[in-house]
Design a protein around this ligand. Structure first.
Ligand SMILES: Cc1cc2nc3c(=O)[nH]c(=O)nc-3n(C[C@H](O)[C@H](O)[C@H](O)COP(=O)(O)OP(=O)(O)OC[C@H]3O[C@@H](n4cnc5c(N)ncnc54)[C@H](O)[C@@H]3O)c2cc1C
Length: 405
């Protein structure tokens, strides 16, 4: 009897977990992951952290070794899926091949947002999303003396820290009035501005870039306010765009991501989606969101795999993230959007360890914890279970974290 075929398009964090979870949930048919990069799924977060400043090989970044997929009878095919025919349940690949599926998982992720300012095509101008991008930057790191980072979000700041560690002079240019404006309170922006200054990174905010200049290789970056920065390496980190076109063209509902329900199902009963490419109704915040995090990709993948196996596991994970810069491990619990009070526990002004708690009408909705793993764990619990806490007590360091539980 012919075995059923589950195809996973995309081969990264969501796909690695989805393929594994399919086996764990009892999928007895074939499993094929199709990815357009030339590697098995690898950890993406180190690309802006340890990978740039270290000597790790791709093999050391693999989420699971090749032997794991072989043992679990999970096939990997390098290729790009260009069309889905939902009626015939087939996929078209860019090399002309056609492949049938019984169940399909879309783990298409996101791609970098590109800039079109003059000089953007010069050599020495990089983006950072995948291994090829990171290798390109790494090849230049030994030679570069002056780096300009365009974008003061997490990727830009992590990259700034990694390059600084290599002794490169680094300038960060941010268009908004403060770094991390989209995701944190002003207190956090001030904190990271101070830390980067202490580490020797210069940050300019409210800056609009006029041109990237040079004859063939980048030599400088000029801004509308007249400032000019010397640069032999430019890294652009101005956000990502979800890869939804494949789904959209096939008539799968898309709205800032592939629209999925609590079970990661799309509007086609045979098709699920997981990870950065999805948009879901979040049970904790009661609004539709698209998350860009490993935790979301992995947890949605577990849920999606269960759905493909005919089980119903609801997606209920509280959003959480992390960011590593220098000796600082930031762990973020929840989403701060809509907060109307921020409480700080610890010394944010001169120290390197504190927690910022975000409240909405007296209820904790998010926390940014810098070198504070206990506060992070506590926050996850309080937010997920909607436990009532007194903000003043939470700020009081004389009350041990354990007491809030
Ligand atoms: C430099 C960097 C640092 C990060 N740091 C952190 C961090 O510290 N913490 C955190 O939580 N998150 C971090 N992230 C985000 C995290 O990596 C993403 O949330 C995660 O990779 C999402 O996984 P995914 O599987 O949904 O999608 P992706 O990782 O984007 O993978 C999707 C894959 O599908 C492929 N693909 C797309 N379309 C097709 C097609 N038609 N055919 C075949 N293949 C296709 C893509 O090429 C890609 O390989 C970081 C991301 C980057 C780039």
């Amino acid at each position: 009897m012919k075995k059923h075929m589950a195809v996973i398009v995309g081969a990264s964090h969501a796909a690695a977990q989805l393929s594994t979870s399919l086996r764990q949930e009892g999928w007895g048919g074939d499993i094929m992951m199709i990815g357009d990069e030339s590697y098995l799924p690898y950890h993406r977060p180190p690309l802006s952290k340890t990978f740039l400043s270290g000597d790790k090989s791709v093999d050391e970044l693999l989420i699971r070794p090749a032997a794991f997929y072989a043992k679990n009878d999970i096939q990997f095919r390098q290729g790009c899926v260009t069309a889905i025919d939902r009626k015939r349940q087939t996929l078209l690949l860019s090399d002309g091949d056609e492949l049938s599926y019984d169940k399909l998982a879309l783990c298409l992720g996101a791609r970098v947002r590109k800039i079109s300012i003059p000089g953007h095509e010069l050599s020495g101008v990089h983006y950072l999303r995948d291994m090829a991008d990171a290798e390109g930057i790494k090849n230049q790191v030994g030679k570069a003396k002056h780096a300009v980072i365009i974008g003061g979000g997490y990727i830009g700041l992590e990259t700034a820290a990694a390059l600084r560690r290599q002794g490169i002079a680094v300038v960060v240019l941010e268009m908004a009035e403060r770094i991390l404006q989209r995701v944190t309170a002003p207190e956090l922006s001030e904190f990271y501005t101070r830390i980067h200054a202490e580490e020797g990174v210069t940050i300019h905010t409210g800056v609009s870039i006029k041109a990237i200049e040079g004859s063939t290789h980048v030599e400088r970056v000029s801004c509308a306010n007249g400032l000019i920065f010397k640069a032999d390496l430019v890294i652009v980190g101005v956000g990502v765009i979800p890869n939804v076109e494949l789904a959209d063209a096939a008539g799968i509902v898309v709205d800032n991501g592939i629209v999925v329900d609590f079970y990661c199902r799309t509007n086609d009963t045979n098709i699920v989606a997981a990870g950065d490419c999805t948009n879901h109704l979040n049970i904790h915040y009661n609004r539709r969101i698209r998350l860009e995090s490993v935790a979301n990709a992995s947890e949605q993948a577990k849920v999606a795999a269960a759905s493909l196996c005919g089980l119903s596991k609801k997606y209920e994970t509280l959003p959480w993230f992390w960011s590593d810069q220098y000796d600082l491990k930031l762990q973020i619990a929840g989403l701060s959007h809509g907060y109307n009070q921020v409480i700080i526990r610890g010394n944010i002004h001169t120290g390197r360890s504190f927690a910022a708690f975000y409240f909405h009408n007296g209820q904790l909705i998010a926390a940014d914890c810098v070198n504070r793993p206990q506060e992070f764990m506590l926050s996850k619990k309080i937010i997920a279970e909607k436990i009532a806490v007194n903000p003043t007590e939470l700020a009081d360091e004389s009350i041990p974290v354990k007491e809030f539980l």
